[in-house]
Design a protein around this ligand. Structure first.
Ligand code: GDP
Length: 394
């Protein structure tokens, strides 16, 4: 399985780097869990208490947390396999730059909006931050059940409500996206970049999926207004949420090579004509290594730094220069993610998310470059000397 994943990861067109962003309580956690359950290490059938417990045991053995820094999902679209890296983004507004930091390693974001509440202040804040980092949004309107059970909307009122939310999000894209992305990134439900569903019940549809599978709003209204568990379960089986969301991601989020062409000039502070600059613009696996750390965890065996390989190929033994500290260190272990778990590997190529061990004193936000290129080593982020909380797993 690791070698299969490695093969897909080395074909950059089959990789996507995404996050889930939302106003608090709109369903970011439930949506991420549904993605992991559907397309991660645990299969669609692995649900319910007993199996969830198993999952936690495996996790304890491997000293991982449910809230991993990253979870790599596998998804097939039009007969082709894709690795989708789901990167954890902080769920709250903070002032330490953590939101920006995780956005920096993403190329796309699933914006979750509660159908009953609509676009809220934090939806606007995180979407604006994403657009400023040139992260492309797709929309997931969650909690459709609330529109039926609590607000008792009819089919046409329900559709009006969805149209209104899409319009609000498009207004934000219009306001905050740079001119060259505005029109391209505006949402168009008919094209399939808006999904509707319930993360709690793990179903979701886009317009193309609904027409392909013969699902309409009246069926959804019937299931929830009668609170018919079987009808809801049938919906989940027919239109699982992870399929709708990951189809959207594969189709609309650019692959790392496409994305780095326009993102590197925006997010990296170095010379674009240098070897490092050119290699990152091309996401060149044969170029010098550039690795940006977005999360740090301390495990029994030592410090694990998770981040994105923007160019080159990370391998054990590589000597890397830590830009903000003016020191070099040697990578001892390289791992990739399978679901939320790390597995050792011999290489991770440009465009992918990797974790490394062996270099001490790393902090989140650090930029590492292959040591021969240290003179070109500009950072992605200017690190300030503040104490950052480190997650310790006993
Ligand atoms: P977060 O703060 O954005 O991570 O939101 P959570 O995923 O923790 O969800 C907030 C609350 O909304 C929880 O009580 C969830 O059970 C609930 N929730 C999530 N998805 C749905 C849904 O589809 N329908 C309903 N009715 N509630 C949901």
């Amino acid at each position: 399985m690791v070698s299969e994943i490695e093969k897909i990861m080395s074909n950059i067109e089959q990789v996507r780097n995404i996050g889930v962003i939302a106003h608090v309580d709109h369903g970011k956690t439930t949506t991420s869990d549904a993605l992991l359950a559907g397309a991660g290490i645990i299969s669609e059938r692995v649900a319910g208490e007993a199996l969830a417990l198993d999952y936690l045991n495996v996790e304890k053995e491997r000293q991982m947390t449910v809230k991993a820094a990253n979870a790599s999902l596998y998804h097939e679209y039009n007969g082709k396999g894709y690795v989708i890296n789901l990167i954890d983004t902080p769920g709250h507004i903070d002032f330490t730059g953590m939101v920006t930091r995780s956005l920096r390693v993403l190329d796309g974001a699933i914006v979750v909006v509660d159908a009953a509440e609509g676009v809220m202040t934090q939806t606007e804040t995180v979407l604006r931050q994403a657009l400023e980092e040139r992260v492309r949004p797709v929309l997931y309107i969650n909690k459709i059940d609330r529109l039926i059970k609590e607000l008792r909307l009819t089919s046409s009122q329900l559709q009006d409500r969805l149209v209104e939310i899409i319009k609000d999000v498009n207004n934000l894209i219009d306001m905050y996206a740079e001119p060259e992305f505005k029109d391209k990134w505006k949402l168009n439900p008919a094209a399939g970049n808006v999904a509707f569903g319930s993360a709690k019940d793990q179903w979701g549809i886009t317009v193309p999926i609904a027409s392909k599978k013969g699902i309409n709003f009246q069926q959804i209204i019937d299931a929830y207004s009668s609170d018919d568990k079987d009808k809801i379960a049938a919906l989940t089986k027919k239109a699982p949420l992870h399929e709708a969301l990951l189809d959207m991601v594969v189709k609309f989020v650019p692959n790392p090579k496409e994305a780095q062409k326009y993102r590197i000039p925006k997010i990296w502070k170095g010379d674009l004509n240098s070897d490092l600059g050119k290699a990152m613009l091309e996401a060149d696996p044969n170029g010098p290594v550039v690795f940006y750390v977005n999360a740090i965890h301390v495990e029994k065996a030592g410090l694990v730094a998770t981040g994105r390989v923007f160019s080159g190929t990370l391998e054990p033994g590589k000597e890397l220069y830590v830009v903000s500290q003016d020191v070099t260190g040697r990578v001892l272990q390289v791992s990739l993610y399978m679901g939320p778990f790390r597995e050792l590997t011999q290489r991770v190529t440009a465009g992918n998310i990797a974790a490394i061990m062996g270099i001490d004193n790393l902090r989140a936000g650090e930029t590492l470059v292959e040591s021969q290129y240290k003179s070109q080593g500009a950072p992605f982020e200017q690190l300030h000397y503040i104490a950052e909380p480190v997650v310790t797993i006993a």
